[in-house]
Design a binder for this molecule. Sequence first.
Ligand SMILES: NC(=O)c1ccc[n+]([C@@H]2O[C@H](COP(=O)([O-])OP(=O)(O)OC[C@H]3O[C@@H](n4cnc5c(N)ncnc54)[C@H](O)[C@@H]3O)[C@@H](O)[C@H]2O)c1
Length: 385
Amino acid sequence: MKVAVIGQGYVGLPLALAAAEAGYEVVGIDLDGDRVAGLNAGKSPIGDIADGYLAAQSVYYRASTDFADVVGAEVVVLCLPTPLDANRNPDNSMMLSGANSVAGFLSDGALVINESTVSPGFTREVLAPIFGGHDLAYSPERIDPANKNWNLKNTPKLVAGLAEAATSRAVQFYSKFVSSVSSFSSIEVVETAKLLENSFRLVNISFINEIADFCSKMKIDVREVISAASTKPYGFMPFFPSGGVGGHCIPVDPTYLAAKAKEIGASTRFIDLANEVNISRPSYFVGVATGILGSLSAKKIVVIGVAYKPDVADIRETPAEPLISLLRSAGADVVWHDHVVGQWKGEASAALSSGYDLAILVNPHTGTDLDALGSIPILDTRGGY
Ligand SMILES: NC(=O)c1ccc[n+]([C@@H]2O[C@H](COP(=O)([O-])OP(=O)(O)OC[C@H]3O[C@@H](n4cnc5c(N)ncnc54)[C@H](O)[C@@H]3O)[C@@H](O)[C@H]2O)c1
């Protein structure tokens, strides 16, 4: 059975390869010609996908920039980016462009599944008209880059179709390579479940960040507080402080829920407040750094770990970016160190040494050599300040 996966990024590539490994004939479509050429040459652009694994799937997998390759696919899965625009509103432009490109090449009887994160109602109200009478389903992706325990195959998958036939076809498709697939009564239930999961994380991480600031003023170790609270066997789940939530999902997806809420006159005050707390984290740490150094003017500062989370090279929405730019605006001489990211915004990762006035830890990776800092002051945004 032929499958087309539209978008070969963090979500679409692992999905396409898992489907190929299960025996589907898979074409991965992407607009990015360099990415497609690299994929066909066995070069993986994603840390979690080893070149060897990609090459091993070449019997059933190939990448293409040509939407005409969708012809003949029985299942077409959309894995397109849904970021925020410059005004922090949902940006559905890539989603719409990809969906419209696919629509012209759908074969009779093709099932379309959307995996991209969207506002509740989007799949039914916006995508269904684009795909005419084709079966349509929604199944959110839950991939957690660099997570060694949970992956595409063992993370339970949620599915709902516009009609019963689409639901059962989608369940059947995923069941070949995902160990647990559950179906629900409507697409909107599953769209909202995805946004609930990520809003839950944003709200709780922002909450623990406020608690961390409280503990800092009280001169209490917040990590010890969390560890103490975590001994409660029920009703508590630990979240950990940080320089701010980054990445393409947690700081972004809740705004897709909030946008829909605004449209229908419902309120999302927790999400709004969590966004406010999250966005203010970098400026909060500029204040802490100023408190440590007196003035930031001409002070040499190294920001360590600029990726949005440890052990990935992804810098989307990283809190390190506003942190560095605010420190520079305050007159500090700032470099950054990140051996996984390496190059970023025309700058290279700087060496670690004891020659700085201050080191600020954002997301240090496994293997970051903090001993090289000697005895300089370290501001750890993860709760050690
Ligand atoms: N990355 C994650 O951890 C994660 C987890 C859960 C859900 N999601 C959601 O999955 C969706 C995809 O995210 P991602 O992280 O894979 O994005 P990504 O940016 O890594 O990949 C998207 C790919 O789509 C390609 N593309 C863009 N426009 C296109 C078009 N019109 N036609 C064909 N290809 C096009 C891009 O070149 C890119 O390679 C988003 O809605 C995201 O919120 C992501």
